[in-house]
Design a protein around this ligand. Structure first.
Ligand code: ATP
Ligand code: MG
Length: 649
């Protein structure tokens, strides 16, 4: 792994919210007296009734109870909209960039956001939705997705967003999972030049079991759709009939704000519940400090609102801070691989936040797509979702950032609500591939996997846990508090268990080594799969790699590598030998791949994470029990890999 550090430039640090000295001081204060720290920072949002109690957390297994600001009341949509109206009513809240670059972009002001959100809130009320009711959103990346989230928050309804790429079955399971009263969708979703008939999917999902569930439909394309009389409503028609003002509901800090399912890369997705007060404080604070957001900046996170990243860092965090947030309907490679960079140039984006999977894919297309665009407005780059291999980090830094933009590698989870481990751009000397260290109030510990003992000191490796709570932490699994306790608090008593392995290097920097399940043991040596993957991707012909363990007669576990090559490269036996030798020299003979399988496509979740648990099964020749594959982006990839495995491709 790389040990070069990239310190923020002095003039950058001078203008940043947090420099190195301030970080040290605030971090120490946040750990010494969390209640005082979060009591102070809770004031960054507006409360209807201010809190007097800040923190009440019991992590003991059998009684996990997490409460922040528990006697305070507030409304999230009032925080994201109403409180900005007097100072920045005419400022753009949302820039919307459509899938087709020839369609005009939209600039939605805070005033407009207020009107649209209130109307949608009143429409939901007229459909019988009230405080505590659940609403499923199955929408393209259009402004109405933000209006719908905020409209639910305004009336105290709990939203559960289902990514628009999911199948009718996955949608049906989630509608059922939270017993939703209404589904909000659109006629058709254009994405990457292709059209998904969302409303048809909803009809199919609701067909047999949910004939009570109403549907509110946004007209996106005007395509012909099948209508369920008496149950389906057009948003634009209903909006004409309602008031343009809707008073925000007074919510308790601990009332649920939303339910969101995890990606499902390690098992059945979990319905994560986030509440109102602590979540908003944490999302807003991390958005401002981690991206060093300043008044007037244009901020762009490329995630979909179907993921937690879209919740915290497209909608709630930025809007609570009165920011201008960009929403993009399309994909990075449509019409071609320069789309991201063209959008940055067009809207003069200052902060750009994306995922390693996108960075690697675009890196594989060559530099011209980037360098032909003017990226001089970009000041900060961010990544999230998976470990970023140093190779991709360096490309992001040099080619996209022109060597002048700090990169924030943000480690966090659906469960954590916001960033837990990340560099701060004006404070941290980043190391490529490391998520560096904790945000304020976060106390990471490295535990010995089997005994659960704390491993002190540097140059150590183990399981990543958190010692204490933070305001943005999830509170429960929807309808299954038992599963919440079992998943996160049973294995290591008194800690929050992240499920990830990590290494704390000699300088105290944290490196995520993959899921705990992904750590392999070769002839007694424990090794994170991420390290072998990084080495493979560092080869100029390799674009992506996924590494898993498989049973090996002599070594206990062998190293099984799935490799995708750069566009135009040839998949040959000579190259396999070359790659084996390459990993040997990069890491050492112990990491030498036992088997390399060519994988022109890898199984990924819809959010772009490689599903290693499926690759593990294929490597083990165990095709019968692949588990839940409902969140796969392209299920056919799995069949191809199995066929190759059978032929030892
Ligand atoms: P499931 O819990 O259902 O298996 P998931 O863990 O993929 O799904 P998410 O909450 O979307 O669902 O992903 C969180 C995980 O993503 C983290 O636990 C970690 O493994 C990985 N991750 C996220 N950001 C980073 C990062 N910056 N560096 C390394 N890993 C990351
Ligand atoms: Mg997870």
């Amino acid at each position: 792994m790389s040990d070069t550090t990239y310190a923020p430039a002095a003039d950058f640090a001078a203008k940043a919210h947090i420099d190195a000295a301030k970080y040290e001081e605030m971090y120490a204060a946040s750990i010494k007296d969390p209640a005082a720290f979060w009591g102070e920072h809770g004031k960054r949002i507006d409360w209807i009734k201010p809190y007097t109690k800040v923190k009440d957390v019991d992590y003991s297994f059998g009684n996990v109870s997490i409460k922040w600001y528990e006697d305070g009341t507030l409304n999230v949509s009032a925080n994201c909209i109403d409180r900005h109206l007097t100072t920045r009513g005419d400022q753009t809240a949302i820039i919307w960039e459509p899938d087709d670059p020839n369609e005009p972009a939209q600039h939605i002001s805070y005033k407009e956001l207020y009107a649209q959100t209130c109307k949608m809130a009143n429409v939901l009320k007229s459909m019988g939705v009230g405080k505590g009711d659940r609403v499923v959103l199955y929408l393209p990346m259009i402004p109405e997705a933000a209006y719908a989230m905020l409209a639910c928050a305004r009336i105290g309804a709990i939203h559960s967003i289902v990514f628009a790429g999911f199948s009718p079955d996955a949608l049906g399971a989630r509608v059922n999972g939270c017993d939703a009263k209404v589904v909000i969708t659109a006629d058709t979703a254009p994405r990457g030049g292709k059209a998904t008939k969302l409303k048809d999917n909803v009809n199919q999902a609701l067909l047999n079991d949910f004939d009570e569930v109403k549907c509110l439909v946004v007209k996106r394309t005007g395509d012909q759709i099948a209508w369920r009389d008496g149950l389906d409503y057009w948003l634009h028609e209903e909006a004409e009939k309602v008031d343009v003002d809707c008073p925000p509901e007074e919510m308790n800090a601990e009332d649920p704000l939303f339910i969101l399912y995890t990606s499902g890369s390690t098992g059945m997705p979990k319905g994560v519940v986030h509440t109102t007060g602590g979540y908003l404080v944490y999302a807003a604070m991390t958005h401002e400090l981690v991206f060093d957001y300043h008044e007037g900046d244009i901020y762009w996170c490329t995630a979909d609102v179907g993921w937690v990243t879209g919740h915290s860092y497209i909608v709630y965090g930025p809007l609570a801070n009165g920011a201008t947030t960009l929403m993009f309907e399309g994909v990075p490679t449509y019409p071609d691989a320069s789309r991201f960079w063209q959008v940055c140039e067009k809207h003069k984006v200052n902060q750009f936040y994306t995922a390693p999977t996108a960075i690697r894919a675009l890196m594989g297309q060559g530099n011209d797509y980037v360098t032909k665009c003017d990226l001089s407005s970009v000041r900060i780059l961010g990544t999230v979702g998976e470990p970023i291999n140093p190779e991709a980090w360096n490309w992001y830094n040099d080619v996209v950032g022109g060597g002048r933009c700090p990169i924030v590698d943000t480690w966090w989870q659906t469960e954590t609500g916001g960033h837990l481990m990340t560099p701060l751009p004006g404070a941290t000397a980043a190391k490529p591939g490391s998520c560096c260290g904790p945000f304020f109030g976060i106390e990471p510990v490295v535990l010995e996997p089997t005994t659960g003992e704390i491993i002190e000191g540097n140059g150590v490796e183990g399981v990543l846990c958190m010692k204490d709570s933070w305001p943005g932490q999830m509170r429960t699994v929807w309808g299954d508090h038992e599963r919440f306790m079992k998943t996160y608090f049973a294995d290591y008593k008194g800690y929050y268990f992240t499920g990830d392995g990590c290494r704390r290097d000699e300088d105290g920097y944290y490196w995520i080594t993959g899921r705990v399940d992904d750590v392999i043991n070769v002839s007694g040596h424990r090794m994170g799969t991420a390290e072998v993957e990084s080495a493979l991707v560092a080869h100029s012909k390799v674009s992506e790699a996924a590494v898993v363990g498989y049973p090996h007669d002599i070594k206990g576990q062998g190293i099984y590598c799935y490799v995708t090559l750069m566009g135009g490269e040839e998949y040959t036996d000579e190259l396999k030998t070359e790659l084996r030798n390459w990993v040997r020299t990069e890491i050492g003979p112990i990491a030498s791949p036992d088997l390399i399988q060519w994988a022109p496509g890898l199984p990924k979740t819809r959010s772009g994470k490689i599903m290693r648990r499926i690759l593990r099964k294929i490597a083990e020749n165990d095709y019968g029990s692949l588990g839940d594959t409902s969140t796969l982006a392209e299920p056919a990839v799995v069949d191809d890999l199995i066929e190759n495995r059978m032929n030892r491709g």
